[in-house]
Design a protein around this ligand. Structure first.
Ligand SMILES: Cc1cc2nc3c(=O)[nH]c(=O)nc-3n(C[C@H](O)[C@H](O)[C@H](O)COP(=O)(O)OP(=O)(O)OC[C@H]3O[C@@H](n4cnc5c(N)ncnc54)[C@H](O)[C@@H]3O)c2cc1C
Length: 387
């Protein structure tokens, strides 16, 4: 089978470039839950909140919010969590498989440090991990005190007094990793075509599909996978996909502390995830439910700097670079969309929300199996894009 990847910009033009690169199966949970709903409601009133909703939401965003609220019940969270458990327990193996298949960028495996100014700041995280374990997830973690924490990670400031080490997780340098993935895809004989804006996917029945661009280009294929991130609805709607894929915009920037932290650091009270890339330190955060194409809001970066500044000792926050905004493709029930649509020739792989990096290789595998007729496990039907 020959594969062609089309992108209207280039490799990693969307959320896959500027994200935190954390591969944390233990913390990969449905976004829809009572705590997120509460934070979202606060965000309508407080523009510096970690989750923000524009006061003038359009009809599409209202539909998303109403469905999200319906899925935010604890019982629904538990049901979705069981599907996440299936995905999570396969996620790091799927990365190992990519390494064996020729992706040269490393997946690193130091423990994730969650840090707070007091043990109370870690309590909600511990509760969440216990809930994950209660529905069959796995977690190997330990709480550590200030001395051990600072010995492990000298870049943390003196205000940080409580730590939680989460083992059996991974992290990547997203720009490097995605570039290496693209190289491996090309080396295995696939074609990557940049600057191809797909305006329509036409199903020609037994003759296959045609992908059309506004510039008049056409690509003919036996089958197409729509994987257009937060823009998924535009091409997928004619094929029966009713789930709203809402942009949950996040921001990131990089700094160069000396020394660069050796571990990925999660600041649960500040809602920030910070990742050592090979030569810099990336800070990521915020969830802005807005149009993916609206301009970046500099005050979100300022709010992130204000939250992160007290937590690290050696950062020149004014020398930050690579300020970036990107869109998490969020579904109302938090589950990805993977599988065929009303046409057996048009498939969807998307809607991973906050977890596209950790889950992408697993759902990519499922997607390939569904297209080529390899049997998939029964739980994968929960990801049906027509649900
Ligand atoms: C701040 C932030 C931090 C994050 N941290 C993590 C993390 O630590 N771990 C984790 O697992 N996940 C994380 N995520 C989530 C993760 O980045 C996303 O879930 C994932 O990147 C989505 O991948 P995607 O391929 O679906 O979308 P994208 O990466 O957005 O790719 C979509 C692509 O489709 C192209 N496209 C769109 N429309 C068209 C069209 N009509 N024709 C042609 N091309 C088109 C775009 O150009 C783009 O390249 C984070 C996200 C953000 C924003």
């Amino acid at each position: 089978m020959r594969t062609t990847v089309l992108d209207r910009a280039g490799v990693a033009a969307g959320a896959s470039w500027g994200n935190a690169g954390m591969l944390n199966p233990t913390l990969t949970v449905p976004l829809a839950e009572p705590g997120t709903l509460r934070a979202g409601l606060q965000g309508v009133l407080d523009p510096s909140s970690s989750i923000t909703v524009p006061p003038q939401a359009d009809m599409r965003l209202w539909r998303f919010l109403l469905q999200f609220a319906r899925h935010s019940r604890r019982s629904r969270w538990r049901r979705s969590m069981q599907i996440f458990n299936e995905l999570n327990r396969r996620s790091l193996d799927a990365y190992a498989h990519l390494t064996e298949s020729g992706v040269t960028a490393p997946v690193k495996h130091r423990p994730l440090i969650s840090a707070a100014t007091s043990p109370a700041g870690l309590a909600p995280l511990v509760r969440e991990i216990e809930e994950v374990v209660a529905v069959g997830g796995s977690a190997r973690y330990e709480q550590i005190g200030s001395d051990e924490l600072h010995a492990m990670e000298p870049a943390l400031s003196d205000r940080v007094e409580a730590g939680l080490l989460l083992h059996d997780q991974g992290y990547i340098d997203p720009p490097d990793y995605i570039a290496a993935l693209a190289d491996a895809v090309r080396a295995r004989g696939a074609r990557i075509v940049e600057d191809f804006d797909v305006s329509r996917v036409r199903d020609g029945g037994e003759a296959g599909v045609v992908l059309l661009s506004p510039a008049g280009h056409e690509l003919h294929a036996d089958a197409a996978v729509i994987a257009t991130g937060a823009w998924l609805n535009t091409l997928a709607r004619p094929y029966g996909v009713r789930q709203v894929v809402q942009a949950g915009r996040g921001y990131s920037f990089t700094v160069r502390p000396d020394p660069i932290p050796r571990h990925p650091v999660h600041l649960p009270s500040q809602h920030l995830a910070c990742n050592p890339l090979h030569d810099r330190f990336r800070i990521t955060g915020t969830m802005e439910l807005r149009d993916p194409d609206s301009p970046a809001e500099p005050r979100r970066i300022e709010a992130m700097v204000a939250a992160a500044r007290p937590m690290f000792a050696t950062v020149d926050w004014e020398a930050r670079r690579e300020e970036w905004v990107g869109s998490r493709p969020c579904t109302p029930d938090g589950l990805p969309l993977v599988g065929p649509t009303t046409s057996p020739r048009v498939h969807i792989t998307g809607g991973h929300g906050m977890w596209g990096m950790v889950l992408g290789p697993v759902t990519g595998r499922l997607s390939a199996d569904l297209i080529t007729g390899v049997p998939v496990p029964a739980w994968a039907s929960a990801l049906n894009p027509l649900r």
